[in-house]
Design a protein around this ligand. Structure first.
Ligand code: SF4
Ligand code: SF4
Length: 107
């Protein structure tokens, strides 16, 4: 896949901070519905690069998710939902192991 490591993405990964100017809320995946097809991973624009395989889960790091909605239509089971601003928490240390790892699909 083409390199998605724009300076802005690298900065978000380094600081672990969402761009405060993004107007839309980040998305999350309901793993009880997800069928692990990876369509959303491929649909997420590389300059955001927010969706990862993490063990048996598919996860969205809210700090990297602009809320652009491009992952919604490709999902065959409609299990990606917006998170209200007050409902998301910082991604865990374990989740931050995925961006820039050898498994980063956006590198
Ligand atoms: S809303 Fe956009 S940035 Fe967020 S995970 Fe979906 S495709 Fe990626
Ligand atoms: S497109 Fe939907 S079903 Fe497929 S991996 Fe992503 S969230 Fe899961």
């Amino acid at each position: 896949m083409a390199s998605g490591n724009s300076p802005a993405r690298l900065e978000r990964i380094e600081k672990r901070e969402r761009n405060a100017k993004w107007p839309n809320p980040p998305m999350y995946i309901d793993m009880s519905e997800c069928i692990n097809c990876d369509a959303c991973v491929r649909a997420c624009p590389p300059n955001f690069g927010a969706i990862f395989n993490h063990g048996i889960d598919v996860i969205i790091l809210p700090e990297l998710c602009s809320g652009c909605d491009k992952c919604l239509d490709p999902c065959p089971v409609d299990c990606i939902y917006p998170l209200a601003a007050e409902d998301w928490e910082p991604s865990s240390v374990e989740w931050w192991q995925e961006p820039l790892s050898e498994n980063d699909p956006y590198m």
